[in-house]
Design a protein around this ligand. Structure first.
Ligand SMILES: Cc1ncc(COP(=O)(O)O)c(C=O)c1O
Length: 379
């Protein structure tokens, strides 16, 4: 049996998405910039996809700019804010994805921009009083805080933070790569400048995604070239990827509450089984499935002689999960997210992440294999 529990890294593509993409791959090869019928057909697919995505999010189609995924969209948002909106101060956190963290670090070095890191509690929850304190500055400020953390599942209260940003006339960008397609968004009500999306996190194709850029916020191109995406992103559009992305979003929002309920119950089940079996077990981040990103569970196992081999041993048994610290992932520096919340990185920390396709049988198999590893290493 093989069990894929690394859905925060990427998800399997939905069969319906493949179905939607196939005719475009086969026959829809026209360049959307060409004026003949082939080009016009591709252009129509592009604009229909944009309208459909905008409808799901209740925003205007012109506020959706297609990109190669989350990293590019995050870069575009942050770099535009600095270049066009006069941002001189960025407030962010130490547990952002590198798509944000490394972008901010590079801007700090090269653009004379001051960076402040907001206080977090041990679950990675943003201290809103500290955020307000940091916002009290004369400098034009950008707040870049992720909607949900991809390693520890902690969620940011988007609406509260957006109101705080507006109170202090700051721009607000939130990396929503882990939440788009998993939660409802009503952008007619949420006052935010930028959100980001990657299709492969909700059963769409890799290399597809977009930046939501509020119509009142200035936006600049990162990639110069032709006048695609209204001159905001040069390069021939990834039409089949975009068609797949729009289809993945349709499927995600067909029954988002149903998917949520199903996955939440698996997460709760896993927590209770692990807690019942191991005396010395912990979880990182917020674990209440209703208050945290329901697709992610970060578990801190007991340290045993061979527990560093946990990922490797589970992989041999067909269970694919992700590591959260140096001793389990093999990375020399370990997880910056776990360091950011002062977690004990000497213990094996692993991330299980689920999707709407995950079944209870798969969770049972994974649990069984985990128990075997510890029985052997504890013996
Ligand atoms: C929170 C978050 N932001 C950004 C990204 C980057 O997205 P992409 O892989 O589409 O560039 C990821 C992907 O792991 C992510 O989890």
């Amino acid at each position: 049996m093989t069990v894929y529990l690394d859905n925060a890294a990427t998800t399997p593509i939905a069969p319906e998405v493949i179905e939607a993409m196939l005719p475009v791959l086969k026959d829809g090869f026209g360049n959307p910039s060409s004026t003949h019928s082939y080009g016009r057909n591709s252009k129509a697919l592009l604009e229909t996809s944009r309208r459909s995505i905008a409808k799901h999010l209740n925003c205007q189609p012109s506020e959706i700019i297609f990109t190669s995924g989350g990293t590019e969209a995050d870069n575009m948002a942050i770099q535009s804010a600095v270049k066009l909106s006069g941002v001189k101060h960025i407030i962010t956190s130490t547990i952002e994805h590198h798509a944000v963290g490394h972008t901010v670090e590079s801007i700090e070095k090269s653009d004379n921009v001051r960076v402040s890191y907001v206080k977090l509690d041990d679950n990675g929850t943003v201290d809103l009083e500290d955020l307000e304190r940091l916002l009290k500055t004369e400098e034009k400020t950008l707040v870049s805080l992720m909607h949900a953390n991809n390693e520890i599942a902690t969620i940011l209260p988007l609406e509260t933070v957006s109101k705080l940003c507006r109170k202090y006339n700051a721009l607000f960008h939130s990396d929503s790569v882990q939440t788009m397609g998993h939660y409802n968004f009503d952008l007619s009500k949420l006052d935010i400048d930028f959100l980001t999306c990657a299709g492969h996190k909700f059963h769409g194709p890799k290399g597809s995604g977009f930046l939501y850029s509020n119509k009142n916020t200035k936006i600049d191109s990162l990639i110069h070239g032709g006048s695609q995406e209204r001159g905001l992103r040069g390069g021939t559009e990834n039409v089949y990827g975009i068609v797949g992305l729009a289809k993945a979003m349709d499927l995600a929002y067909e029954d988002v509450e149903g998917h949520q309920k199903h996955v939440q119950s698996l997460k709760s089940y896993m927590i209770s089984e692990l807690t019942a079996h191991f005396d010395d077990i912990g979880f990182h981040g917020e674990i209440d499935p209703e208050k945290s990103l329901y697709t992610v569970l970060n578990v801190c196992f007991p340290a045993t002689e061979k527990s560093g081999m946990l990922l490797f041993t589970l992989d041999l048994k067909g269970v694919a999960i992700s590591g959260g610290s140096a001793c389990t992932s093999g990375a020399s520096t370990g997880s910056h997210v776990l360091r950011g919340i002062n977690a004990d990185t000497n213990r094996p920390n692993v991330r299980f992440s689920f999707s709407r396709y995950t079944t209870k049988e798969e969770i049972d198999y994974a649990l069984e294999q985990v128990k075997v590893v510890f029985e052997k290493t504890l013996a």
